[in-house]
Structure formats: structure tokens, C-alpha cells
Design a protein around this ligand. Sequence first.
Ligand code: NAG
Length: 249
Amino acid sequence: MSKCLNLLLLLLLMFCLVYQSEILPAENPFISVSGKKRGNIRLRCEHEDDNIVHIELFTRSRVINVCETEECRGRVFKEGNCDVVIKNLFFSDAGKYTLRIYYNNDQTELKYRLHIHDEISVKTGEELKMSVLVSDADKVKTNSSGEWKEIWTRDHGVQSDRMNDDNDGNLIIKSFLDSDAGTYRVLDTEGEILITVTITAGENTDPHHSAPKLWSWVETFLFGFVTSVFFAYIVIIAVQFLLIFAGRI
Ligand SMILES: *[C@@H]1O[C@H](CO)[C@@H](O)[C@H](O)[C@H]1NC(C)=O
């Protein structure tokens, strides 16, 4: 009877182990971090241990030089035990990162997915250049028309004749229209969002806006002119009176 119970417990234990090992890898292993372009970001390692010997940060394609303190020149430096701060973010910083932490006799890895966002305002008729075609970019979508549409793909380039792309990774709208305002998303090959740019149509160079400026200039001029003439007139009259008065004496 007890043998049977032991066997049952053993089976249950095995089931739990298998179940857990099936479940864990299915979880998203990436820690999502979002930062604003030109802002700073912190990749938190959340390790209290003091015996961390060394950390390494790398992307799929390169190892990133992590400075030991903020004083050194790089944009990327270590803070606290093993947090990594990236300063003055570029769109090209978006993507996946691995932080490898070495202990005295062990090591662990943390994975991050860095999303960069920006909010800009563009005037009608202006050229808009967005440096969003970063190396991991696979697609660009926008909802400026009210629904999500693909406007660029890695394989086929731009999908609209009002746009260009160049070899420096820029997506260019030659002459911005108010109807281009909306959210632009850059996705990687897995469909994860790397970059979000929110574009609003700015106040502008519209002739109705510049007219009051010209008008107020004319107004100021006229007002100044009329006032000067009025004062000159008063002075002349006063002088005449004085002369007449002086003549009588
Ligand atoms: C685009 O999507 C964003 C959020 O994802 C929303 O706030 C915005 O109103 C949408 N714009 C248009 C033009 O549909």
C-alpha cells in the first residue's frame, strides 16, 4: 500500500517537474523596457549579490562596451551592482539585449527588449526624415489613414510614392500633409515593436497664420506715424503761439 503511495507521489513529482519545465520556456523571456529618443534608460539586473565579478552586454550582432562609471565617455555605463544605463538614446538602440552576469563561480543571463519612442510635430509642406530603418527593422506601419497600413518592408522598400528611403536608414516623407499625422510603428521580423513615432501636424507656415503678423506690423507703423504727426503738429502750434505771444510783448 505504502509502496503504491510512494509510486504515486513520485509520479506526481515527475509530472510537476515536467510541467514546470514545459511552462517556463514558453513565458516571454524578455524584460520589456521603453525609452524616449534622446532620453536615458536603465536595464535593471535586480541582483543583490556583492560577488558579481563582471558583466557583459551584447546584442545579436555586437558586444557593447559598458563603462564602469558614469564619468567615462561612453553612452553606456554600469550603475549599482549590475544595472546598465544607456544615455541619449537613438532609434538604432531599439532591439534585443542580453546582459550576462558573472559571479565568482557562476553566471546568469537576462534578456531585454528595448523599445524607443518619440513624439514629433511637423508642419505642412515640410520634409520629414525619420531615422527609423534600423538594422533589425523589417516593416513600418502607420494608422495615419485611420487603419493600420504597411508603408515600408525590408524586402520591397517604400509602398507609397510620397515617400523615399535612403541608404542611411531614413524614411522620408517628401512633403508632409496633415493626413500623414498618426502613429508610425517599426516592427522586427517577429512582429515586435522596435520603435513608435507619434507625429502630429504642427502650427505653421499657412498664409492665414502669417497674415496677422504682417497686418500688426502695418498697424504698428501706422500708429507710430499718426502719433508722431500729431505730436509734431502740437509742437508747431505751441511754437506759433509762443512766437505770437513773444511778438505782442
Ligand atoms: C493611431 O493609434 C494610436 C494608438 O495606437 C491612437 O492613439 C491614435 O488615435 C491612432 N490614430 C489614428 C489617426 O487613427
